[in-house]
Design a protein around this ligand. Structure first.
Ligand code: ZN
Length: 401
């Protein structure tokens, strides 16, 4: 089979974007790596045929090819709601099984990669390399044997937390209950380092980050985080954290979520969500008063009214103007300036965010990043680092060749 990397002319970007020949040549001769996408649940839960042009979401195999997305770290994302249901492991394995089924069904197009060498070989053979990984440290169920088994099954990073604080690590968007990493959390990092599993600090609180960087003996990764200086979302990373990742030899891969990219979008979204809670509170207050007066304060009334409010506010959230491709590159630029060009890469979070940025609506538009970096006079060697080589270096440093 002819590698589409070797012969860029066989690819006409489906996106119909006009990219310069120089950008296309550079992009299609680079190893492009993205370290976070939640796409596999579309295959497992919704039965979408990712081998075809789905016309939905951000990733499918035809668009992966169009964007020359050589390596995707496919996240097995397990929501916090599985913790009380006590089925985090089941859910995590369901998703891994889905990824393995997808690759088995499409052996000419996609293959599981467990090492950096696998990634390079698979891409050179003209296929997409899929690296399995886990989002949500609660998936290990407080068990190092479970962690080791995930490694054996092929999982190559674990995001220490998701939006929720778990029993051993605090999240950036939840209450601090462990003062960062607990003693067991430190054991988790040591065991991940020993195995070669990448420690992913996206989602963790600042204190958990600093604890992790203190314990880690190998380069860490922020698989999908952006720069706090440009958008003050708690999920983003402050400049001193970026510099610490540089010292550690790790990599920060930029997330494409609108409120992580744009301070304007973050403020408008927060306002919308605060107003939603105020409206809900009003309905509940009214219902309580009505109940006292033996009037219409029934649970059904409250449920129906609050559902309508939520629906309307969700619609309004979708209408907030999205940031652009150029703003994604602003984050890359900022991290490159603060941490150095060796410590930044791509972590779109595709299929885990709402709408993609304008100009980066799905993975077929990845060449636009190369174009914009060229416009900003990055050297071709530095662009290759940003597109994937930095992440490959971190993968090799953790897992070995
Ligand atoms: Zn995430």
């Amino acid at each position: 089979m002819v590698s589409w990397m070797e012969d860029p002319k066989i690819v006409v970007p489906r996106s119909k974007e006009v990219y310069s020949q120089r950008a296309l040549d550079l992009h299609f001769s680079s190893l492009v790596v993205d370290t976070h996408a939640d796409t596999i649940s579309r295959y497992v839960d919704d039965g979408e045929d990712l081998a075809s042009e789905t016309g939905r979401g951000h990733l499918d195999l035809p668009r992966i090819r169009d964007g020359n997305l050589g390596v995707q770290w496919w996240s097995c994302f397990v929501a916090a709601s599985h913790v009380p249901q006590m089925n985090t492991i089941d859910r995590c394995l369901e998703l891994l099984d889905g990824l393995k089924r997808l690759t088995a069904e499409n052996p000419d197009d996609i293959e599981i990669a467990l090492t950096a060498a696998d990634c390079r070989r698979i891409v050179a053979e003209g296929k997409h390399a899929a690296v399995p990984c886990i989002e949500g440290g609660h998936c290990i169920n407080e068990s190092l044997p479970v962690l080791r088994t995930y490694w054996e099954l092929g999982m190559r990073y674990i995001t220490l937390t998701h939006f929720n604080t778990n029993t051993w690590a605090d999240a950036s968007t939840d209450a601090a209950r462990n003062n960062g990493l607990s003693l067991f959390g430190r054991d988790v990092i040591q065991e991940m380092n020993r195995l070669g599993m990448v420690v992913d600090i996206s989602h963790v609180s600042d204190k958990t980050f600093w604890d992790s960087i203190e314990v880690a003996t190998k380069p860490i990764m922020a698989s999908h985080s952006s720069a706090w200086e440009l958008a003050k979302h708690p999920r983003n990373m402050k400049d001193d954290m970026l510099r610490a990742v540089a010292t550690n030899g790790g990599v920060v891969n930029v997330n494409f979520a609108a409120s992580f990219l744009s301070e304007r979008h973050r403020i408008e979204s927060e306002k919308n969500s605060e107003e939603m809670w105020e409206e809900v509170e009003e309905v509940e207050k009214f219902a309580r008063r009505s109940a006292i007066a033996h009037y219409s304060g029934t649970p059904e009334y409250v449920q129906q009214q609050t559902a309508e409010i939520r629906q309307r506010r969700r619609r309004m959230a979708r209408e907030i103007e999205l940031p652009t491709l150029s703003e994604v590159v602003d984050h890359i630029d900022h991290i490159a300036k603060v941490a150095g060009v060796d410590h930044v890469g791509l972590g779109s979070d595709y299929d885990g965010i709402g709408g993609g940025p304008i100009g980066l609506e799905d993975c077929s538009k990845f060449p636009g990043i190369t174009e914009e970096l060229l416009n900003r006079e990055y050297s071709e060697a530095d662009i290759k680092k940003i597109l994937g080589e930095n992440t490959m270096r971190v993968m090799e440093a953790n897992i070995g060749e």
